[in-house]
Design a protein around this ligand. Structure first.
Ligand SMILES: Cc1cc2nc3c(=O)[nH]c(=O)nc-3n(C[C@H](O)[C@H](O)[C@H](O)COP(=O)(O)O)c2cc1C
Length: 147
């Protein structure tokens, strides 16, 4: 008997000003593809919030702005998840920041707190500024949680 195994549908949605978070998003995408799982990658500007309910996993990538704040361009995504009423959506939030600031990757923490309440939060990942080759292992660990 042949059993078809279901492959979860994953989307990575991110924002990035100077490319650090974009690079991390691409590393995560590569780690997920290495597991032979489907994954889509969008900058927030190119992602339709109406599609949120069609995914099993949502991975959000963000830099941190101001004093530990979520960038403006992610506010609509934040609000949409809060209102989604889809507690079974599995989520992760990742980001890059600068530990010079008081709230290192504060935007990741702020998303984490909301995602923990509103969704099934499976992971968070914070990276100092530009991702290094050694961060690939952390991306692979996160990818392991997608199943
Ligand atoms: C005005 C400004 C405020 C920032 N505030 C924070 C902060 O509060 N916490 C933090 O960890 N990083 C902060 N950062 C650093 C950025 O989040 C960090 O450089 C990040 O890697 C940029 O990501 P990107 O290359 O994807 O745009 C700030 C940067 C700027 C320019």
């Amino acid at each position: 008997m042949v059993l078809t195994s279901y492959k979860p549908k994953t989307v990575i949605v991110y924002t990035s000003l100077t490319g650090n978070t974009e690079q991390l998003a691409e590393m995560l995408q590569a780690a997920i593809l290495n597991k032979e799982l489907p994954v889509e990658l969008y900058r927030i500007e190119d992602f339709s919030l109406n599609e949120l309910s069609t995914y099993d996993y949502l991975l959000i990538g963000t830099y941190t702005w101001g004093s530990g704040e979520i960038p403006n361009e992610l506010h609509n995504l934040y609000d949409a998840i809060e209102q989604l009423k889809r507690h079974q959506l599995r989520t992760a939030v990742f980001g890059t920041g600068d530990s010079f600031f008081a709230e290192f990757c504060g935007a990741v923490d702020r998303f984490r707190d909301m995602l923990y309440v509103k969704t099934q939060l499976v992971a968070t990942l914070k990276v100092e500024q530009m991702p290094q080759h050694s961060d690939m292992a952390r991306c692979e660990k996160l990818a392991e949680l997608i199943n």
